[in-house]
Design a protein around this ligand. Sequence first.
Ligand code: SF4
Length: 472
Amino acid sequence: MAKFANYTRRKTSTTHVGNLCIGSDYPIRIQSMANTSTNDIEASVAQTLRVAQAGADLFRFTTQGIKEVESLAKIHSQLSTNKLDGFSQLSTLNSTLSGRMPLVADIHFRSDVADAAAAVVEKVRINPGNYANDPATIRERFTHLIYICKEHHTALRIGVNHGSLSKRMMDLYGDTPKGMVESAMEFLRIAVEEDFHDIVLSIKASNTAIMVETVLLLVETMDKENMHFPLHLGVTEAGEGQDGRIKSAVGIGALLAAGIGDTIRVSLSEEPEAEVPVAKALVDYFTNPNSPRYTDNITPPLSGEAGKGLSHLEKLYIAAEAGYTMLVKHEDWSYPEDEALQNDILQAAGKLRYKTEFVSCPGCGRTMFDLQKTVHDIKEALSAQRSFSTKCGLSAEGGLTAQSAVFYPKIAIMGCIVNGPGEMADADYGYVGAGKDRVSLYRKKECVLKNIPQEEAVAKLIELIDADRQRG
Ligand code: SF4
């Protein structure tokens, strides 16, 4: 297939994350996130090394409290010094890893934890949606965090997610692109006033159309205020396997094709090292057409029915270009050579619902059950149900007809109760981890079964969907 020919990178400033520079003067950086418990030092160090070996530039850990900050300090120390006994096969990597692979603390809700983490790792991600609600508290806490970041040369990511805006932003704008952009801009204006510039921004959503629209609005808004911070791109809860890869390619690829994006994460409900070759392939396609192609390591292979006869990379690139055509240029797109692949891509872009849609978070240190197995079990259980051949288009408002919603629901499988219910956004059903081996089930935003044993939860979810379907 023809290489993408029109790539021009949006000019952005440089953000320093340890020894790594992020911005348009540097290659697009690849990142991933641990799914180990942050307090399991040995497993976390081992996973960091595997992800570094796969080619990631940054690695993020969930950081719920001060205990996790202390664990991050130990992980950081083991990676930064020669204390890697037991990983001799990676000893050469160790020497290059030291000082090269910055760690990122992922913080929700607790500004005191962000303050502590900023003294330990190279970058801290905060979520404006749960950092503080009123402007005075935001200013006080964020200014204090900036002070610590300046002292320790720590970078920040302002990471907004669809479905987790503050109450004030929801009241002002609803859960809209405008609300997400204003949520980020509020923090950026304070940072600029405080002369702090080591910032990366992200606005993510599971819905690729909303994600692309919002990032484009953010760029336009920043341009008007003469801000040029680098952007981190990602589609949240993209799922796994071929569908997860295609959805990520549609959303991330659409923006990369428009020259936007300085660091990316492909979020899959798989091991984090499986995310890296997919991200590298996407970056490579747009920015580095002469480099060797990553033809063999898009694991697991893109082996769905759709796109038979095409290489893994060809499917990703068709999806990325389709995303650009539909979500940035707002033009029609079709791929008559392969109707199954065309339909998967249209569904990933939110233009069609022709099969059950699964969204699942990648899992992290907050996940208290086997997420990958659960996704697999739910898919298996649903595929054993009666199948329907009717193809259903979306209404003008993006909703489904009552009949098609029953036949082709969107099912979210989320690792934790802290972020899961908000971030599963517009799913019809939710399977959400509620604690150790406990699960809560949702119909839309309503929790219908709370804290049930995990071993019963898949069957209960199927019963719930079946009962709704029988009722029509
Ligand atoms: S929903 Fe919860 S478990 Fe899943 S990635 Fe987000 S924070 Fe982690």
